[in-house]
Design a protein around this ligand. Structure first.
Ligand SMILES: [Zn+2]
Length: 203
């Protein structure tokens, strides 16, 4: 299999679904080299669309390959270990239980606390609608490992991007931006809970 010419590799891949492509990436070096390069994004996109699953929309910060690993893979995105944890589509992430808290604490912020700091912001009534990826998470609180704190988490990068937009855009641009964000959020919410790749493919 390692000696197959690239034309044959390309032809084989064009007939496979995302789980099979992931399997090839893990099992054969020349398939991995072909499938993981940016120019192969079209192969993954075609496979995803061919699958005809009601998948949440792809976010601009994910490549087609990363999206396939998220939806159909079985590894933690932080440490790479095999995990049974389901994908959190609202946050578009899958972590093992050991990594979840580490990542949440370092890369996510508490939206409700942030909103309270923005109380003077004239655009505050829009703020919830302008953040797409947010969900309730629980982390251990203090030294007592049995105590948990639940909060509405959002990636710090997404929150900072929101702040920048709120400062820079004109009122007209801001309305367009919020409408676009609302549309993306609705698309994500619409399929959340209906999409279970782990169950469908038994990965
Ligand atoms: Zn992990």
């Amino acid at each position: 299999m390692e000696k197959l010419p690239i034309e044959i590799v390309s032809e084989i891949c064009s007939h496979l679904g995302p789980p099979d492509l992931l399997h090839l990436v893990r099992s054969a070096k020349n398939f991995a080299q072909y499938l993981l390069r940016p120019s192969a994004a079209g192969v993954w996109k075609a496979a995803r669309e061919e699958c005809a699953l009601d998948m949440p929309p792809i976010h601009p910060d994910l490549t087609e390959q990363k999206y396939a690993f998220l939806g159909f893979g079985s590894t933690c995105q932080n440490c790479g270990s095999i995990t049974r944890s389901a994908v959190d589509w609202y946050l578009r992430r899958r972590w093992c239980s050991a990594c979840q808290e580490i990542v949440i604490e370092s890369e996510y912020c508490d939206l409700n606390r942030k909103w309270n700091q923005l109380i003077e912001d004239k655009r505050q009534r829009w703020k919830h609608d302008a953040i797409i990826h947010q969900n309730w998470v629980s982390v251990h609180e203090g030294r007592a490992r049995r105590q948990y704190r639940s909060f509405l988490a959002c990636p710090i990068s997404e929150y900072n991007a929101f702040l920048l937009k709120a400062q820079e855009l004109t009122d007209k641009e801001w309305k367009v931006y919020v409408a676009e964000q609302q549309e993306k959020k609705e698309a994500l919410t619409m399929v959340f809970g209906q999409f279970h790749p782990v169950l469908i493919f038994g990965l």
